[in-house]
Design a protein around this ligand. Structure first.
Ligand SMILES: [Zn+2]
Ligand SMILES: [Zn+2]
Length: 165
């Protein structure tokens, strides 16, 4: 049986669909990469930050178009911003690029004022915890809780205007 050597891992496999893609681009040697190696590349690509950022950009581009909101993000700009942001822009605590999905220290993209859409001047990188608090509270909720805590501590008196609902 015909065999072929994978140019990437050096393993020799029978030339069958089980081990190879069997697609032979004209004149190229690039097809001589085994299925294992192709799958590994795919996994690595999917987990990379670049890929995540590209996904975010395309998802938000689509949603902004659907909801008729402004959008001007691009992959390169966002990737730079994320790489250069080491602290949550809301609470100031450290955030991490590679951290497990459920961690509160994971970064998330926030459109600061929801109605302004995903434009560069309205985008912040904040931690998962801040995003969760922010996304479930309205501005009046935040004012109400702030007032409650400040009154409780005696920082402000009862006369302060309450957040109107
Ligand atoms: Zn291989
Ligand atoms: Zn935060």
């Amino acid at each position: 049986m015909k065999e072929a050597v994978c140019l990437e891992c050096g393993h020799v496999f029978p030339w069958t669909k089980k081990y190879w893609n069997m697609v032979t681009p004209k004149g190229g040697r690039s097809h001589k990469i085994c299925r294992n190696c192709i799958n590994r590349h795919r996994r690595e690509k999917n987990s990379s930050l670049e890929n995540k950022v590209a996904n975010l950009v395309s998802v938000h581009r689509y949603q902004c178009k659907k909801k008729d909101l402004p959008f001007d993000l691009d992959k390169k700009w966002l990737l730079e911003k994320i790489k250069n942001t080491t602290k949550c822009e809301c609470c100031g605590k450290p955030i991490y690029i590679n951290i497990n999905g459920n961690s509160d220290k994971k970064w998330q993209l926030d459109k600061v004022e929801p109605s302004k859409g995903y434009i560069k001047s309205n985008i912040a990188i904040i931690c998962r915890r801040c995003n969760r608090i922010k996304s479930s509270a309205t501005i009046n909720d935040i004012l109400m809780i702030t007032k409650y805590v400040l009154q409780f501590r005696g920082v402000i008196g009862d006369s302060a205007e309450p957040g109107t609902r």
